[in-house]
Design a protein around this ligand. Structure first.
Ligand SMILES: Cc1cc2nc3c(=O)[nH]c(=O)nc-3n(C[C@H](O)[C@H](O)[C@H](O)COP(=O)(O)O)c2cc1C
Length: 184
């Protein structure tokens, strides 16, 4: 059975290492997963005063895109041992108005990416903490912390390590099974 997956990249950078990893995951996934990045960098900062019937169109569109997705794939860098503010904002935007949280009940997977050796462990687990609150079900195993990420990519952003490609393929297989188990 086919499932749609909204890919959320935590970095706003065009040449982001996280985006390279997201693209690699999208290219490795089986045909049963239809993956598409849903941009977040343009979303206005959440402010309850602006929400309701006249909410910014960017929020309305983003909420719609998330609500239509069967599952979510988060690929994020670590900023100061947590997630980037833009990603937190996207999580907040689609969790409101109160009672209309469109993340609720969706299966997800979390990948953290860093040029450093720790692989964004802090970001990965801060994100998991937030996912509890917005009622998202992240894949538990395998965990995916991609360290030394700047060394993984060749010209054009493709992955130059066969070992890493196998690791990512194994991860996407587990994610597909997780989606089927939760989304049916
Ligand atoms: C504000 C800021 C804070 C950062 N804090 C961390 C950190 O806590 N841990 C880490 O591994 N890298 C940290 N970095 C470095 C990022 O991992 C690095 O810039 C990475 O390339 C950003 O991800 P991207 O390539 O997907 O944009 C930080 C970068 C910025 C801009």
């Amino acid at each position: 059975m086919q499932h749609t997956v909204a890919v959320i990249v935590g970095s706003p950078r065009e040449k982001s290492l996280s985006r390279n990893v997201a693209k690699a995951l999208m290219s490795i996934a089986s045909d049963n997963l239809i993956l598409q990045e849903v941009p977040i960098a343009h979303l206005p900062l959440y402010n309850g005063d602006l929400d309701g019937d006249n909410a910014p169109q960017a929020w309305v569109d983003f909420r719609e895109e998330i609500s239509l997705a069967d599952a979510i794939l988060f690929v994020t860098p670590e900023y100061n041992r947590s997630i980037p503010a833009g990603l937190k904002n996207a999580l907040d935007v689609a969790s409101r108005p109160y009672g209309e949280n469109v993340w609720s009940g969706k299966p997800a997977a979390v990948v953290s990416v860093s040029p450093g050796g720790v692989g964004g462990f802090g970001a990965n687990h801060h994100l998991r903490q937030i996912l509890v609150c917005v009622d998202v079900y992240p894949l538990q195993q395998p965990e995916m912390y991609i360290g030394n990420a700047a060394k993984l990519f060749g010209e054009g952003g493709s992955i130059n390590s066969t070992e890493t490609r196998h690791l990512l393929a194994h991860f996407m297989d587990a994610f597909e099974r997780h989606i089927s188990a939760i989304a049916g």
